[in-house]
Every structure is written in structure tokens, then in C-alpha cells.
Design a protein around this ligand. Structure first.
Ligand code: GDP
Length: 332
């Protein structure tokens, strides 16, 4: 189903139920299945009755064009989720700009072009809320893309993700490929990266609060001023939304995926402390960057299609913390 959604024809954005793309019994490749969102997608797709295909880093390097082409030609997936990416928090982005730009450009270009060459029926490319301008008006609607300068702490990653959206649009226009893009907000949950140097804020604060509690500390360190606002989506909700979009959306425009609600970093830290059971004080380290002042998604388009997030921040944090404690030997 290609609806050719455009602002002049918004009703075409919503697929009729009978036109939904069926995933049951379909051969679906989740590229990046070891990542947090990739592994949640594998579980969600299995529940949908899809035949999930994965390939490990030891078998192919997604940055190498020939390796991707050969593997795709042999594996022949019918649908693809592009969840593979080089990702990291604010410090990792600042210190490894070449990795964040090159790896992500190469991975998405290789997969998208090979998907077209091998006749993949449907592909969903995953981006991120950092594609929007640093000072985009809030909440950020899809049409805020490319209306202003990016946040410098993650522009390398953002440029690569914007190129991915454009690749999907270009293959749709030139070749009629049913390739779509979804832009999830900050995700967290089981399988997250808990390394304090490279992680995002949620796993970092979970780990810090847990270590502070167990070590009997009086304080917990939070980077920056605590004032930036961020939106957080539990990873199983994100996987559910991505499967929903694969089934029900076909269009050139990317779709935001989030809760539509945000909190300050200080409020997040308080909530993490309550979930973990640490009762000390927060200390803000203003030598660390704040990054974008606010990143709240406008999720009107996704809601209009018929999807809404179901997990509360407190509930999701409790599950993420349980997973962290159960896997602490491997992840901390
Ligand atoms: P961003 O959304 O791209 O800025 O990425 P992050 O998730 O890394 O950071 C979000 C916000 O949380 C920024 O303002 C950080 O300074 C702040 N923050 C507070 N404490 C931490 C921490 O321990 N680790 C990380 N990564 N960010 C933190």
C-alpha cells in the first residue's frame, strides 16, 4: 500500500485496516538485533508471527557494501527494520564524530540500496529526535526538519540520520520502493548501555543511583545543569510503535515516535532515585554539557494513525532497573 501522503491529502496517511502490511509468516530482517531497540523488535515481531532473521557482527560488517549485498542476495528478507547504528550519549557523540557520521552513513546506505536491489517489499528506517534543529519550536513536528541549525553535540549522528530519511524518500520517488522512516525519541529499557562514558542519561542515572545506594553515598552526580528537558519512551513501547508503522503506514514523510510528554533531567533523576530507593542529594556537574535545551516530539501524526504509548516513566524505569540488577555482572 503506497498512500503518497502529502499535506494536501492528509486522509491518505491512514491505511484502511484491510490494506495493512501483514507481518505474520513474513521473513523479516532486524538489522541491529543486539541493540536495545533491535532486541525488543525481535521479541515483538516473533509475537506477531513473523519469521525473524538476524545476522551477527562476526558474520558481516554492515559498513562494508559488498558484505551487505552478498548477504542480502542470499538471505532474501521480505521486510527490513534498520535498527543498526553506531549510537551513544552526549560524551560519545562529542568525542567520536567520525565514527558517528561514517558508520551510520555507510550502514544505512548499504542496507537501503541492497534492499531495493533485492526487491524488499517494505523497509523501516530508524532515526532519532536529534535530527531536528537545536531551537526547533516545541513540541517538534515532522516538518521542523531542516528548518535551522542542529545541536552541535550530536550533529554528526543527526546528519547521518537525516541522510537516511532522504534515502528512503529518494528510493520511494525514483524506484517506487515502500521504504518508510520513524524517528523515536530517547529510548530506555532492558538491554540498554550502562557504560557511564558512552551511555545515555537514563541508564547512567540508574547505575549511579544504584551504586550510590549500595555504597552508602550521600550524593549522586548528574551531568549539566539538570534543566534540559527530555522525553523518554520505554523500548517495548517503541518496538510496538515500529511494528504498527510497518503494518499501517506507507508514506514519504517520516513519523515521530514518542510519548508527547517530557521532564527535566533533575525530575528524571528524582524519579530514578525513587525507583532505585536512593535517598541522598543530587549534585550537578556543570562542567559537563547540557546539550539541547529541550527535545519534545509532536506525536500527533502517530496518534492520528492509531498508536499511543502505554508505559509510564515510573513503570518503565522500574522494569529497566530490574533488568539492570538481573544483568549487572555483564553490563556494569
Ligand atoms: P542527549 O539527549 O543527546 O543530550 O543525550 P544524553 O542522554 O546523553 O543526555 C541527556 C541530558 O542528560 C544531557 O543534558 C546530559 O548532560 C544529562 N545528563 C545528566 N547526567 C548524565 C549522565 O550521567 N550521563 C549522560 N549521558 N547524560 C547525563
Amino acid at each position: 500500500m503506497i498512500s503518497n501522503w502529502s499535506p494536501k491529502n492528509p486522509s491518505a496517511m491512514t491505511a484502511a485496516p484491510e490494506a495493512a502490511y501483514r507481518l505474520k509468516d513474513r521473513l523479516v530482517w532486524v538489522a541491529g538485533h543486539r541493540g536495545m531497540v533491535g532486541s525488543a523488535l525481535v521479541g515483538r515481531l516473533a509475537a506477531e508471527g513473523a519469521e525473524v532473521l538476524t545476522v551477527g557482527r562476526d558474520s558481516i560488517d554492515l559498513r562494508r557494501q559488498t558484505e551487505v549485498e552478498e548477504w542480502m542476495a542470499q538471505a532474501r528478507p521480505e521486510a527490513v527494520f534498520v535498527a543498526a547504528a553506531t549510537v551513544g550519549g552526549i560524551l560519545a557523540n562529542v568525542s567520536r564524530p567520525a565514527d558517528f557520521l561514517y558508520d551510520n552513513l555507510a550502514i544505512e546506505a548499504n542496507i537501503i540500496n541492497s534492499a531495493w536491489q533485492t526487491g524488499v517489499q517494505k523497509l523501516l528506517f530508524l532515526g532519532s529526535s536529534c535530527i531536528y534543529p537545536r531551537l526547533a519550536s516545541q513540541p517538534m513536528a515532522e516538518d521542523a526538519l531542516l528548518t535551522g541549525p542542529l545541536e552541535p553535540t550530536n550533529e554528526w549522528y543527526a546528519i547521518a540520520k537525516i541522510a537516511g530519511i532522504k534515502l528512503c524518500q529518494a528510493y520511494r520517488r525514483q524506484h517506487g520502493a515502500d521504504f518508510i522512516s520513524a524517528m523515536p525519541t530517547n529510548l530506555y529499557g532492558p538491554g540498554d548501555n550502562f557504560d557511564l562514558q558512552s551511555s545515555h542519561v537514563v541508564p547512567a542515572l540508574i547505575r549511579k543511583a544504584d551504586e550510590a545506594k549500595r555504597g552508602g553515598a550521600k550524593t549522586m552526580n548528574v551531568w549539566g545543569s539538570g534543566k534540559p528537558r527530555r522525553e523518554f519512551l520505554y523500548v517495548d513501547d517503541a518496538a510496538d510503535a515500529l511494528v504498527f508503522l510497518m503494518q499501517h503506514y506507507s508514506g514519504e514523510d517520516h513519523v515521530n515516535v514518542g510519548t508527547g510528554e517530557d521532564v527535566t533531567i533533575a525530575e528524571l533523576a528524582q524519579t530514578v532515585m525513587a525507583v532505585v530507593g536512593f535517598e541522598g542529594e543530587l549534585v550537578f556537574d556543570t562542567s559537563k554539557p547540557d546539550g539541547a535545551p529541550r527535545k519534545l516530539m509532536d506525536v500527533g501524526r502517530l496518534n492520528a494513525l492509531g498508536w499511543q504509548a502505554g508505559t509510564s516513566l515510573q513503570g518503565g524505569l522500574a522494569r529497566a532497573y530490574d533488568w539492570y540488577r538481573a544483568n549487572i555482572a555483564e553490563v556494569a
